[in-house]
Design a protein. Structure first.
Length: 504
């Protein structure tokens, strides 16, 4: 079973290559000398260094207290999640799976070997509690391919203790800067090793590198949003495999944002190209939704049952709900991992990469964002307006339920279109996105009620067939009807407020 820890650290370099006195750092009582340890790590990547491009490292390390396989995935600047597995001769299957969305079908190869003599110090407070580890690492890097270049350097590393306050690192850095120590120009040892051991190429005159251009055209803005959603899918893949909280939902939202963008901005991106991609995204979203939908319903059922007075709870309803909630979860979980390992999913990722690299732009993509993007957003909003007004005018019952559900889906699409438009259109698009979020939340309450009532009918029928008292199911069903009626009553007022505030 892989062990995961959150690593918060900062790297520094100094012309003196030494560690200044840190006893003056606020909160530090003692600096403990923990001696020197030799670390030997081999880093794995694809031949074209896909993991390095994603700021992800995979290594096999011996020496020190945590010898084994380590996979480090970026979370934020200076923050990474480190997943560890015991030593073995080959890359553990669990870690290979966590990088599959980056690696795809490419082979993982040893690319760099780093040997470090680590002079380690512990910064502890007055109670002897560890605040941070500080080390001076003398590093020797050897490239294991492309001619085998080498490099050497010394760096200072400060790693926050588990559950430590990140603000403490600011105090350490203040002391280091006063001593002439500066932040490292490389994000990691591996990044520096790859840069300094790269094969020497003949010098050639190059034009100065300009910073990335700001989005100017409608196509620039739409593609920026598409790229962000593609990146979100890739970044969330390891979290979904680890069953991290909310990861499935967030990946599912990224797929929906992509599909919505393709449809909303059909005048920018050629739908003869994007529609097939959208169908594959729809497939992925449905696979992700197998567990997610049940989780949402389970949470809702648990909440409404907890709200009931004890006198209204009869029969083994809690046990039956737990049984229903856990049914097929293990199987669906295994199936989801199978989906993420499937050729179809990996082909979808390849397709998204290709679409971002060579987008199927139409003539309107070169147009002014205010005109092209604004028109697309207004068109989506008009569709929402028609559906909401149709739902408000429909008689209570199944027809209204369906109309409200369709309005909710269209409101989501409009929200995502407005999100994509915000960098170009500013406040109006941001306001529309916020309004559509509120609308989808209200309509989501209604749809959840519809789904909960369907589930309650199913559970009640099973309970009745088993000879159990089904009274409480009826009580809950009635409460859900009232909840839905409350949403329907609130909708006209909310819609009037939204309608009057949106410049269309």
């Amino acid at each position: 079973m892989a062990d995961t820890k959150r690593e918060i650290e900062r790297k520094y370099e100094s012309d003196e290559s030494g560690l200044p006195d840190l006893t003056g750092v606020a909160g530090v009582k003692t600096v403990l000398d923990k001696g020197v340890v030799t670390l030997d790590a081999v880093y794995y990547d694809t031949a074209d260094e896909r993991l390095a491009a994603a700021s992800t490292t995979l290594r096999r390390r011996t020496g020190g207290s945590d010898a084994g396989w380590h996979l480090k995935v970026p979370v934020a600047p200076g923050v990474r999640d480190e997943i560890q597995e015991p030593l073995s001769d080959t890359v553990p299957r669990s870690l290979a799976g966590l990088v599959r969305s980056r690696v795809r079908d490419a082979e993982l190869l040893p690319v760099v070997r780093l040997r470090s003599d680590r002079d380690l110090r512990h910064l502890v407070d007055a109670d002897g509690v560890l605040l941070a580890e500080v080390s001076v690492d003398a590093v020797h890097a050897e490239r294991l391919s492309d001619g085998g270049g080498t490099a050497q350097w010394t760096e200072i590393e400060v790693e926050l203790a588990d559950d430590g306050d990140p603000a403490f690192l600011d105090k350490v850095e203040k002391r280091l800067r006063k001593a002439g120590v500066r932040p490292s120009s490389s994000a990691s040892k591996l990044a520096r090793a790859l840069a300094e051991t790269a094969p020497k190429k003949p010098k050639e005159r190059r034009a100065p590198v300009s910073p990335p251009a700001e989005p100017e055209t409608a196509g620039d803005h739409v593609l920026a949003y598409v790229r962000a959603q593609r990146d979100a899918i890739l970044e969330l893949d390891p979290a979904v495999r680890q069953d991290a909280y909310d990861s499935v939902h967030r990946m599912r939202v990224a797929t929906r944002r992509l599909r919505s963008t393709f449809r909303s901005y059909g005048k920018v991106l050629d739908r003869t190209v994007t529609d097939p991609v959208g169908e594959e995204l729809k497939w992925l979203a449905s696979e992700l939704g197998v567990d997610r939908d049940r989780e949402v319903l389970t949470e809702r059922l648990t909440t409404v049952l907890a709200e009931l007075p004890r006198a209204l709870v009869s029969g083994p309803i809690r046990t039956r709900m737990r049984t229903w909630a856990n049914a097929r979860r293990g199987g669906s979980r295994r199936r989801l991992i199978g989906v993420l390992d499937s050729k179809r999913y990996l082909a979808l990722l390849d397709t998204l990469d290709a679409l971002v690299a060579e987008p199927p732009l139409l003539p309107d993509a070169a147009g002014r964002p205010e005109k092209v993007i604004g028109k697309a957003v207004r068109k989506d909003f008009e569709k929402v307006a028609a559906l909401v007004e149709e739902a408000i005018g429909a008689p209570p019952g199944a027809d209204r339920d369906l109309a409200l559900h369709e309005a909710r889906k269209k409101a989501k699409r409009t929200r995502y279109a407005a999100e994509a438009a915000t960098p170009a259109l500013g406040v109006p698009a941001r306001g529309l996105a916020k309004s559509m979020k509120s609308l989808t939340s209200l309509l989501g309450e209604h749809q959840d009620s519809v789904m909960v009532r369907e589930t309650l009918r199913e559970l009640s029928a099973v309970a009745h067939a088993a000879g159990e008292n089904s009274f409480t199911y009826g009580v809950l069903y009635g409460r859900e009807e009232q909840r839905a009626a409350g949403v329907e009553a609130a909708l006209p007022g909310m819609w009037e407020e939204i309608r009057s505030g949106v410049p269309v």
